[in-house]
Design a protein around this ligand. Sequence first.
Ligand code: GRF
Length: 185
Amino acid sequence: MNLAIFASGNGSNFTALVKAVKEKKIKAKFVVLVCDKPEAFVVKRAQKAKITVILVKREDFASRADFEAAIIQRLGNYKIDLIALAGFMRMLSPGFVKLYRNRIINIHPSLLPAFKGAHAIRDAIEAKVSFTGVTVHFVDNQMDHGPAILQKQIKIKRTDTLNSLEKRIHTLEHELYPQAINKIF
Ligand code: GRF
């Protein structure tokens, strides 16, 4: 199985997936990183791990269609079986999703459908809910939406700060993402 990880930021999930591949916890033969932000820390993580990086900046293209065509063309060299979004801060077009139908998954730091969007952990704290969690799901044409593959909950303690909850959620994400991939491959 050839795995492409799409990320735009820190890349802790990228590192967790690369580690799971190295430790043979997931059956990927090849991993490539697709990143739209050259300055993102995930690029340094990939270089350190000697993982191929495909850098594609949206600003270099006149339209989203051209941007995605460049990604598709470069991914075409690698016969990718699964795309794992890990903090990739862009919506993929319906055409892209169709091309990789049922082969694009995403991880999100909430129990979807609750708390979609970029501030899911903060939103859960502000809503004063007792539980939140992590969801891995297939990607469809809506943001943070599509059939769930794995979901796990976490209790929000009264003493939790954004920082302490974020830490526990990220630890859970790093366990759950490889497990979710194993459920589909
Ligand atoms: C994670 O919380 C993930 O659930 C969300 O974006 C964040 C990425 O974190 N989609 P990292 O870059 O993998 O550290």
